[in-house]
Write a protein that binds this ligand. Structure first.
Ligand SMILES: [Zn+2]
Length: 486
């Protein structure tokens, strides 16, 4: 026993020394820092950090201050930590008019418009049972259907918010392609329960970066949702839908926050390991039974503060390659910040050797996590995957879920975070996450529900992976023939 007492500490000391030598910044990743930063960033003070609002700009200032304190050098535009870009927002204009018979319908209150597009029409109503939609002649008609979730797969995240889109995909797309002038769904109890929440999202409209497919929206046959009690009057014969829908366009600023720890090698320091997360979240929306501020503690304050911890580790001991940190703006509006940065990087695109992106790393069981970009067709660099898997074995030894990385997975999780534009641009890219949970995109995604120990351990895993990339002579290669198709 005594021997053990003497030998064990010596043995541990040697092991610790060897590991510390391998990743000399590890001790700078501390749960207490992660915890403090997380509670600050996910506070009501930032009002949900919605892109295109002052709240996102406010949290970006806060992040830049933290990045500076962590030792990062500014790596945005003009010697600052910031890269501003424009978002093009389109929304249905309040000047739009909708009437059915002599019912003037107020947008938001009486009618929901899930699709933001201009339209001008005057069409007779045709009330159909769902089983008759495949055969009926719908040309020039405003087709009315009673909504029900029958036959839809609602066993997905955010099912209340996705319900209108799932109904549209199931019925409206084909009716409109066969000439329907409009499709009107009559709300069931599921749609009524989600009315206020969906109205809050629909009224925002749609967003894109300049040059993106949704910057300018062409006219489309509209889809309308009416309250359940419209059944009291909508079946009387001879009614027509009159709709004049106008779209307003705004330009809003969003911003990426960017910092760097220069590498030590005279030549390799001109190459970069890019650590990525997003600082924005979903703002303020009504939600039954809770407060209305979406603090996004997991999504994505967790990764934002993990990046600060990784920055401290590289600041303590830089790698041979430079470490680049990008907190993307407007991820929740369609990966806008990462799409912008991947197209307009502040370092040469060819010098970005790998992108290690994280999104939501603080929930679910402490011993499990997921790495996406590992299972074909999502895997774009076998070299990078090997580095990340071996970093997991050296360090936190998470049990890894691989199901979410499969192309057949219903959530399409791989396509829902900021590594995607980089992978599309041919840069080796991975996505670290602790996956979905019931509080996802609700006001219940609060700091008090985050496993900060787990956040620190995933930060450690991302750091170990990035450290290997930064210090290995050869940069990770892109697998030949990589093609991303959903
Ligand atoms: Zn996210």
């Amino acid at each position: 026993m005594r021997d053990h007492i003497y030998i064990a500490p010596l043995f541990c000391l040697l092991i610790t020394c060897a590991l510390a030598h391998a990743q000399p910044g590890l001790s700078s990743i501390r749960e207490q820092d992660v915890r403090k930063d997380l509670f600050n960033m996910a506070d009501d003070h930032f009002r949900g950090r919605e892109a295109g609002t002052l709240d996102e700009l406010k949290v970006s200032m806060w992040l830049a201050d933290q990045a500076k304190a962590a030792g990062l050098k500014p790596a945005g535009d003009d010697g600052t930590y910031f890269q501003f870009f424009s978002m093009a927002r389109n929304r249905i204009s309040p000047a739009s008019r909708i009437t059915i018979g002599d019912h003037a319908l107020s947008i938001g209150q009486d009618v929901l418009l899930p699709v933001t597009a201009p339209a001008s029409l005057d069409a007779p109503l045709l009330f159909l049972r769902k089983e008759d939609t495949a055969r009926a002649d719908v040309s020039g008609k405003a087709v009315v259907l009673a909504a029900s979730p029958q036959g839809l797969d609602l066993n997905v995240s955010l099912s209340i918010r996705r319900y209108p889109a799932l109904m549209a995909r199931r019925y409206a797309t084909s009716l409109i392609s066969r000439g329907a002038a409009a499709v009107i769904f009559i709300a069931d109890s599921l749609a009524e329960g989600g009315w206020a929440l969906n109205n809050s999202y629909f009224s925002r409209g749609s967003y894109d970066i300049p040059g993106g497919p949704n910057e300018h929206i062409p006219p489309r046959s509209p889809i309308l949702w009416l309250h359940h009690d419209a059944l009291d009057w909508i079946r009387q014969p001879g009614l027509s839908l009159h709709a004049s829908l106008y779209v307003q366009q705004f330009e809003y600023p969003s911003v990426n926050v960017i910092g760097m720890i220069p590498g030590t090698d005279p030549s390799l320091s001109k190459e970069y390991v890019l650590f990525s997360g997003h600082q924005d979240h979903d703002g303020i929306h009504p939600f039954p039974g809770t407060d209305s501020i979406y603090n996004g503690a997991d999504d994505n304050a967790s990764v934002s503060v993990a990046l600060l911890a990784i920055a401290r580790a590289f600041n303590k001991a830089p790698g041979r390659r430079s470490a680049l940190f990008v907190w993307h703006g407007a991820e929740e509006r369609g990966l806008l910040g990462s799409r912008w940065y991947a197209a307009h990087p502040t370092v040469p695109a060819s010098a970005i050797t790998a992108v290690l992106n994280g999104d939501m790393i603080g929930r679910n069981t402490g011993d499990s996590a997921a790495l996406l970009g590992v299972v074909p067709p999502h895997r774009n660099s076998t070299d990078l995957v090997k580095m990340a898997l071996s970093a997991n074995q050296q360090g936190p030894r998470f049990l890894l879920d691989t199901t979410y990385d499969k192309a057949s997975h219903i959530e399409g999780w791989y396509f829902r975070s900021d590594h995607l534009p980089y992978a599309r641009a041919g840069i080796p890219a991975l996505f670290f996450t602790s996956l979905l949970h019931p509080d996802y995109h609700t006001p219940r995604d609060e700091a008090s529900r985050i496993d900060t120990k787990k956040v620190a351990r995933i930060a450690e895993w991302m750091y170990r992976t990035g450290w290997t990339v930064a210090n290995t002579d050869a940069r990770p290669a892109v697998d030949p023939g990589f093609r991303l198709e959903r």
